[in-house]
Design a protein around this ligand. Structure first.
Ligand code: SF4
Ligand code: SF4
Length: 273
């Protein structure tokens, strides 16, 4: 889901045009092998940077290699932001779908895959913080899950799939896009070269670790993910300032840091947090 889709959905849920569900609401759902994984066939699955990282690690490959082998970029026409989606899933069966309908990367399946049929829209508040709303995805005729007998509260459903951790990491990414879109007004200056430049920060942790000599023992995956997203924010804030948009880059004490090159700032964030 792109940031615009989040926003549109949030507005629909807020106005009551779509039905919101809360943590204690209940529904029945149980996957049934008769569908042979139909939901993983001819569907757009958007991936967050954490989805790519987790799946790539599970498969013993780097994020860059994963992107080259399984993904395709889709540039957001409203912002120029480079979204990533699973290439084969959109054109036919997902690359990870086995013949009998099971998923070969099930423990690390993407946020979207693990939360279905529940959807969530998030809205970031300019003063800080966020609001979230949950809903049930539209029922598909091919899906037997809705006639399953197993009952869940929304909270149980999300807990069962460890979805809250995935939402938290996804929100860090969408908060970045929100900032770049609203504060830095990226639609006025972002182009495909800029998008290409930020790709290793978003999707190639192994590339950055090798370049910077940062081991997994020194900085764990989650912390490195947070640092990478922060580095992208600083990098793009600096670029936007060069085009006359957004605020100046501040250091951790909130002071201007005029005489340090942007690459030095980025390195510092990756190395020290
Ligand atoms: S990653 Fe797994 S669950 Fe997600 S679409 Fe592919 S096969 Fe289905
Ligand atoms: S969600 Fe529906 S279509 Fe997908 S595997 Fe479960 S029962 Fe089948």
């Amino acid at each position: 889901m792109t940031l615009k889709m989040h926003r549109d959905l949030f507005s629909r849920l807020e106005s009551g045009r779509s039905g919101e569900i809360t943590m204690e609401d209940t529904f029945s759902f149980e996957c049934d092998a008769r569908c042979m994984g139909r939901c993983c066939n001819t569907i757009k699955i958007m991936l967050d940077p954490w989805d790519v990282e987790a799946m790539a690690r599970h498969l013993g490959m780097g994020g860059k290699e994963f992107l080259g082998q399984f993904c395709e970029l889709e540039e957001d026409p409203h912002t120029g932001w480079p979204y990533v989606k699973l290439y084969e899933a959109e054109r036919g069966p997902c690359a990870f779908l086995m013949e009998e309908g099971r998923c070969t990367v099930y423990p690390v399946r993407s946020r979207n895959c693990r939360t279905y049929p529940v959807g969530r829209a998030v809205r970031f508040i300019p003063e800080g913080g966020k609001e979230e709303k949950f809903f049930m995805a539209e029922k598909q005729a091919f899906c037997f899950g809705h006639s399953g007998a197993k009952a869940w509260t929304l909270r149980q459903w999300l807990d069962d799939a460890d979805s809250l951790e995935y939402y938290e990491r996804s929100d860090l990414y969408f908060e970045l896009i929100n900032h770049v879109t609203d504060v830095l007004q990226c639609r006025r200056w972002m182009n495909s070269r800029t998008a290409k430049m930020i790709m290793p920060f978003l999707y190639g942790p192994e590339v950055l670790r090798t370049k910077m000599g940062i081991s997994e023992e020194a900085v764990d995956h989650q912390e490195f993910y947070r640092r990478r997203l922060r580095a992208v924010k600083v990098l793009l804030t600096e670029m936007a300032a060069g085009f006359g948009f957004g605020p100046a880059v501040k250091d951790s004490e909130g002071e201007d840091v005029e005489d340090v090159s942007v690459m030095e700032k980025v390195k510092d964030i990756l190395l020290k947090g």
